[in-house]
Design a protein. Structure first.
Length: 380
């Protein structure tokens, strides 16, 4: 059992928490993990600084801090090498792509995100979100427009982070939910380049996959067996093709009003017995999950509040209220991990009401608990 820290120590740790992300960001921004990986043996900080083209003293101190974070291992000779944690930050050797966790760290700690978070106090006072209060928002119509304009930096990091979420959720999604086998068609609304749909149709070839997103996204989407790419606007009912089942992973980007429009359009595209799958986080109630899970998700909710107009993570009750307002009934909530299924009591769909063990794994493998879940809904 972990020792209980005195309140002052807890708060002091919170006060310095910002520094961890900033040190990691600086290391990645200067390519330090890749330098260690390429060398393949313990390195002296001076040699790292020479290869990175950085200041020797500042580099040595950041490297020492990285060892304190467990990212680097220090030898008795004063040299350093990547630890197993540090290896996770190394770019792909073949493509040079950022690792998903490196992308996440850069995304959450780069200047634009920091500028947005700096507006939190003002956001509490005035409402709205942090992004709209930044100088960047004055020259870009939206956060997505900003990422597109900075595709080689901010956009690259964001894409890597989201790719990591998808790649880690996919195996859990395919293992935890067996309802795909009974489907003849599935449309992923806001499905990006279609990799999630491609994985589903690869495992379930009888499922006809539709990948729906904005034209600028679809025009760059690669071809996948069993997947048809469709472009349109999910906020316009006439854009959505008819589909017997719909999946979405994007509702946390939007406030309730926008979500209601999206849900209403999806309801119109579904048949009477249509099924809606929502792959999202569900904020656990106090005492129903490890404290780390609740801490992670409540802070993630603040991040959504700051960067996306209306963006938010939702509790089970918030999901229930939102979905029922647009004619959907929750059938069950499926934890994406080694946990049982918690159901909404819909006996008519073969879903007995059972209590769930909510302990499993985080989709980013950052925590020892399951916080990624899928809400399964039906029209009513």
């Amino acid at each position: 059992m972990a020792p209980v820290l005195p309140p002052a120590a807890v708060l002091a740790d919170y006060a310095m928490s910002f520094a961890k992300g900033k040190v990691l960001y600086a290391a990645l921004d200067n390519g330090l993990p890749d330098i260690f990986a390429k060398q393949g043996e313990p390195m002296h900080p001076d040699d790292v600084a020479q290869l990175a083209g950085t200041d020797p003293d500042a580099t040595a101190r950041v490297i020492r801090a990285l060892s304190g974070l467990g990212v680097l291992d220090e030898t008795a000779e004063g040299t350093y090498s990547l630890s197993p944690v540090g290896q996770v930050l190394v770019s792909d050797k073949e493509t040079g792509d950022l690792s998903p966790l490196a992308g996440l760290i850069i995304h959450l700690n780069e200047p634009m995100t920091s500028n947005t978070w700096n507006e939190l106090s003002r956001t509490i006072k005035e409402g709205g979100n942090g992004w709209e209060k930044t100088t960047e928002s004055k020259t870009h119509s939206s956060l997505w427009d900003y990422y597109q304009a900075h595709a080689d930096t901010s956009g690259k990091a964001f894409d890597a982070a989201m790719r990591g979420v998808s790649s880690n959720q996919l195996p859990q999604l395919l293992q935890a939910y067996d309802g795909f086998k009974d489907m003849d068609m599935l449309m992923d609304v806001g499905g990006g380049l279609g990799s999630v749909m491609a994985a589903i149709t690869a495992k379930y070839p009888d499922v006809k996959g539709l990948n729906f997103d904005q034209p600028r996204v679809i025009e760059t989407a690669p071809s996948f067996p069993g997947v048809e790419h469709v472009s349109g606007d999910m906020f316009k009912a006439e854009s959505l093709p008819k589909a017997s089942n719909i999946m979405m992973k994007i509702l946390h980007d939007w406030g309730d009003a926008a979500c209601k429009t999206i849900l209403a359009n999806c309801r119109g595209a579904l048949p009477a017995e249509g099924k809606l799958l929502i792959v999202e986080f569900v904020i656990p109630n106090p005492g129903t999950a490890p404290p780390e899970a609740r801490q992670f998700l409540t802070l993630l909710d603040i991040n959504m509040m700051m960067i996306c107009p209306g963006g938010r993570e939702r509790s089970e009750q918030e999901w229930k209220t939102l979905l029922e307002s647009e004619g959907f009934q929750i059938s069950r909530i499926v934890p994406l991990g080694p946990a049982s299924v918690r159901c909404g009591g819909r006996q008519d769909v073969g879903c007995p009401a059972v209590a769930a063990d909510r302990v499993g794994r985080c989709p980013l493998h950052m925590l020892g608990c399951d916080i990624g879940e899928m809400v399964v809904c039906y029209r009513h």
